[in-house]
Design a protein. Structure first.
Length: 124
């Protein structure tokens, strides 16, 4: 929404919690508008209707540097090689093992369950 020469970006959050992630999301929008679209005069507003609060954010040098750093770290994570799955011992008493055992019985047709070392169940 334009107010005079300034572009206002409104973000409405249904949550009752005010989160740092909400700030970063809006700051990224402002960063994108500035660096990709050439819009320098934008302001971000986060509305929390359930707690009747409103926060206004502007992309300053410190925030812009922080967003650049986050984008760089995300790029580093994406470019790294994915680690190999690790074998972990399965506990016969924990809910994870029971859920995994049911998964194997239903989808894999295993008749006998025994204490074993397993890989992540998502590999099936």
């Amino acid at each position: 929404m334009r107010k005079g020469e300034t572009l206002e970006i409104h973000e409405v959050k249904k949550s009752k919690k005010m989160s740092k992630a909400h700030h970063y999301q809006l700051l990224y929008y402002l960063y994108y508008l500035k660096n990709e679209k050439g819009i320098n005069d934008a302001v971000g507003i986060i509305d929390y209707p359930k707690i009747r609060r409103r926060e206004t954010l502007k992309l300053d040098e410190r925030n812009e540097k922080e967003i650049k750093n986050i984008i760089k770290r995300i790029g580093n994570i994406l470019s790294d090689k994915m680690p190999a799955p690790q074998k972990v011992p399965a506990c016969l008493k924990c809910a994870y093992y029971l859920n995994f055992a049911l998964f194997k019985l239903i989808y894999c047709g295993m008749k006998k369950l025994k204490k074993t070392t397993i890989l992540c169940p998502m590999e099936f």
